[in-house]
Design a protein around this ligand. Structure first.
Ligand code: BGP
Length: 480
């Protein structure tokens, strides 16, 4: 059988409002949690500050100025042949404090223009309702998702944007990488458990009880948003979004295999089991008991989870790790999830292990488990690009990464996986979520902006721009 993607397979790219828009304090927008986080690097963690320090650098404040340059950027995406663009709405552009009496009309109007621009170019928008940000005011007053009150604020925000964009947006995702809320690395961006904390992000520690309670609130909020979409807008398709960090047992020692199974459940399956199946998985009971977690639930929560199951499954996929019990693992890197180094895999300069075959494996595992359509809504490679003497960026490493992952997707499709789309992470260079750097570039489009704040913001096409254009034009067949 020929390995090919379905007709109408979505090809595109993915962005997050806080990492690209900039314009953090214009047209009535309120600050979001990311606006209180300074720039960092591979060696130096970002820091959270309760007040905005005029001496510090906050890279999300300006992003790459997508707010003013979206028309040029979307035209470039169209030139590559995109049929889908994943974007997020900045909650604090719509409700500056999270619970304002009225939404901010200027914020709503901005996204009207962006979605119209997509449609004019024949690009289908897919919108993440919450991509690693919440209004700072909610984070400060309620300690983020620690409080149930935030559920109502989120549902009101969802109902506002669903109603406003019902004819412009048909594809929605609730929370970006919701599963990162389970680990200490998600305390800032996933669950915003930041009240009373200032300092390096790496030191923001919360107990398992706090993390899973916050996650429970998010899972309920997600289910309520899904139910609302299903009840009022039959034209919508609404999905989850998981950060899929595949892990392998370090050895064939059964103890390693069991440890890896536990890690796969904790890190990859727990949230999607709830969001796809509508209930907490059977293994949660023991995990909660052994980790001192007692979830406080309101009557109706379990029914809400059951009534709010998603239509399709989405994931980000960047890397894989290994898990072992012999205490001799060298650690690999990631932005929110960390595991052991795999001697068979190369890694990026930031230590993310490159594993295209793992993508095929992951897609098969996910489809075997859930049997619903799957979309890869993030995949990509952060690298330090150099502008050559000819004024261009030649990025064969990125082209190689892209091709090998598309090839793995093709294999998975031939294996029987119902894969419906692929949006590359950061098709234009943007601010890194993990380190806050501009130097960690994912784009097919280069942005002249640097970590010292300099740069003209001019956009230019890298070699990978043309490689992706060929892949899209051939519906994934031309990997030359
Ligand atoms: C995912 C996030 C994105 C994005 C990407 C790359 O975890 O959903 O927001 O940033 O990773 O990570 P980074 O920017 O840290 O390199």
């Amino acid at each position: 059988m020929e390995k090919r993607f379905s007709e109408g397979f979505f090809w595109g790219g993915a962005l997050a409002a806080n990492q690209c828009e900039g314009a953090w304090d214009v047209d009535g927008r309120g600050p979001s949690v990311d606006d209180h986080v300074t720039g960092g690097s591979f060696e130096r963690p970002r820091e959270i500050t309760a007040a905005i320090d005029p001496q510090a650098f906050y890279p999300n404040h300006d992003g790459i100025d997508f707010y003013r340059r979206y028309e040029e950027d979307i035209a470039l995406f169209a030139e590559m042949g995109f049929t889908m663009l994943r974007l997020s709405i900045s909650w604090s552009r719509i409700f500056p404090n999270g619970d304002d009496a009225e939404p901010n009309e200027a914020g709503l109007a901005f996204y009207d223009r962006v979605f119209e621009c997509c449609r004019e170019h024949g690009i289908e928008p897919i919108v993440t309702l919450s991509h690693y940000e919440m209004p700072w005011s909610l984070a400060e007053r309620y300690n983020g998702w620690a409080s149930r009150e935030v559920i109502d604020c989120f549902v009101r925000y969802c109902s506002t944007v669903f109603a406003r964009y019902r004819d412009k947006v048909h594809w929605w995702l609730t929370f970006n990488e919701i599963n990162n809320g389970a680990s200490d690395h998600g305390n800032l961006l996933s669950t915003s458990l930041v009240r009373g904390f200032e300092g390096p992000v790496s030191e923001l520690k919360r107990t398992p009880q706090e993390r899973y309670q916050a996650l429970h609130h998010q899972l309920v909020a997600s289910a309520l948003a899904v139910r609302l979409a299903h009840e009022k807008y039959p034209q919508f398709k609404i999905g989850n979004m998981d950060c899929f960090i595949l892990s392998y047992p370090a050895t064939c020692d059964p103890a390693d295999v069991l440890a890896n199974q536990a890690e796969m459940r904790r890190s990859n399956w727990f949230c999607s089991d709830v969001q796809v199946r509508g209930h907490y998985p059977s293994y949660a009971r023991r995990y909660f008991r052994e980790n001192g977690i007692e979830l406080h639930m309101e009557p109706g929560d379990l029914a809400d989870l059951a009534a709010g199951t998603v239509d399709f499954y989405t994931l980000s996929y960047y890397m894989s790790n290994i898990v072992g019990t012999h205490g001799d693992l060298e650690m690999a890197q990631g932005n929110m999830t960390f595991g052991g180094k795999n001697p068979y895999l190369p890694a990026t300069e930031w230590g993310w292990q490159i594993d295209p075959a793992g993508l095929r494996f992951a897609l098969n595992e996910i489809y075997d488990r859930y049997e619903i359509p799957i979309m890869i809504v993030e995949n990509g490679m952060g690298a330090r690009d150099e502008v050559s003497e000819d004024g261009l960026v030649h990025d064969p490493y990125r082209i190689d990464y892209l091709r090998r992952h598309v090839e793995a997707m093709r294999e998975a499709v031939d294996d029987g996986v119902d894969l419906i789309g692929y949006t590359w992470w950061g098709p234009i260079d943007i601010v890194s979520a993990g380190t806050g750097e501009l130097a960690k570039r994912y784009g097919f489009i280069y942005v002249d902006k640097h970590d010292d704040g300099t740069g003209t913001l001019a956009r230019s096409r890298k070699d990978s721009f043309y490689a992706y254009q060929r892949i899209i034009a051939s519906n994934g067949a031309d990997l030359s």
